[in-house]
Design a protein around this ligand. Sequence first.
Ligand code: ADP
Length: 258
Amino acid sequence: TFGAVVRAPAQSALPGVKHVVLVGSGKGGVGKSSVAVNIAASLARDGARVGLLDADVYGPSVAHMMGQGAAKVTATADRKMQPLGAHGVTFLSMANLSPAGQALVWRGPMLHSAIQQFVKDAAWGELDYLIVDLPPGTGDVQLSLTQTVQVTGAVIVTTPQDVALIDAARAIDMFRKASVPVLGVVENMSYFVAPDTGVTYDLFGRGGSRRLGEQFPLLGEVPIDIDLRSDADRGLPGVLAHPDSAASLALAHVARTL
Ligand code: ADP
């Protein structure tokens, strides 16, 4: 359990990388990868040098959302992994290493070494931000990462539902025990404005993220947005494809708070 991890992790700074920001969630399917991809693209658009590491090893979706699902990672002359690039972002995903559709059945120690290689044996170069898309929940990958690198902080993505908020609180508690500062909470799928009538629907309830505790700033409320979903499906970050939508503006705001 994470109760045993209260000691300060053996952290080491990643050379050439100024900030390592983890994007986590308590549950899957709340939009964690979408938030990670869009804040990375938004930071890059604003002129930062951005890397995006897909550490969601069980369900890697960053490569597809970046439009590079079929690309394969190559090695550099000094035998490091050469991250791929798209939309101004350098990225690395398990999806670009393993054959499509193949499940990963790795145990903790293998996962730990895979994460270490992703972080340390890849030619990330000089970065202002390394954004890390974590798997949902509180597991081995989260632990490995917090023990492998000095993390600037974590952003927690949740939907407004009580069930999601309970799990988000658990994720926050894990980061606290691993001495990772929680930068704030992003409430995704906060509301839906019907495009034909303009009527707002709070599909999953609203404002619940504020109850997560006053100590964590609410970084943004991202509405359900059909374009954000279809842009992701065709490999384009919504913040670039539809920069003026309410969802894109909220995501760009989150990126600026980092
Ligand atoms: P997670 O990483 O938490 O599993 P994803 O980012 O993969 O979640 O999102 C799950 C699905 O929901 C994807 O198809 C994504 O495009 C869609 N999605 C995420 N956020 C939104 C949103 N605000 N509006 C519409 N669709 C969204």
